[in-house]
Write a protein of this length. Structure first.
Length: 152
């Protein structure tokens, strides 16, 4: 009888947790230039989620690339992020872009790229890749595809 009571309490605890629901992807936003030096541009962005689960998990990166002028110019770094239970949260993305890659991909070469960027005072970049959510044995992939024009 005691075993039946323990089993039923354990069953109720496990069944009440909604682990199979995945966090809801809201948006990619807050793309900003953090620092510009002569050889690099540092970008920061945030991916916003809502977690309806009573338990957390982890989110990690799966090869998110930054694309400009049709070519991959940098990889985005995402530290493994612990997902809070029943909360709205954001995952920070950071990237370091070598300036030579931005300007070399321009069809007019480095000088044309420099002149074009300074006249327009902006660069159009695209974040493309996946984020992976894992909790217990359950996992889900979120595709990221965001185009943003960044002011210099």
């Amino acid at each position: 009888m005691k075993n039946l009571l323990y089993f039923s309490v354990l069953f109720l605890l496990i069944s009440s947790c909604s682990v199979t629901k995945k966090p809801i992807f809201v948006k990619v936003d807050d793309v900003k230039i953090v620092a510009i030096t002569s050889d690099t541009i540092r970008l920061k962005a945030a991916v916003f989620f809502e977690n309806p689960n009573g338990v957390g998990g982890t989110i990690s990166s799966d090869e998110i690339q930054i694309i400009s002028n049709g070519a991959a110019i940098a990889s985005v770094f995402v530290a493994e992020f612990k997902v809070p239970a029943k909360a709205t949260f954001s995952v920070p993305l950071t990237a370091v872009i070598p300036t030579r890659k931005i300007f070399q991909k321009n069809k007019n070469g480095i000088l044309g790229g420099l002149i074009n960027s300074f006249l327009n005072k902006s660069i159009k970049v695209r974040f493309k890749g996946n984020l992976k959510y894992k909790v217990f044995g359950f996992s889900n992939t979120y595709p990221i595809d965001k185009v943003q024009e960044i002011k210099l």
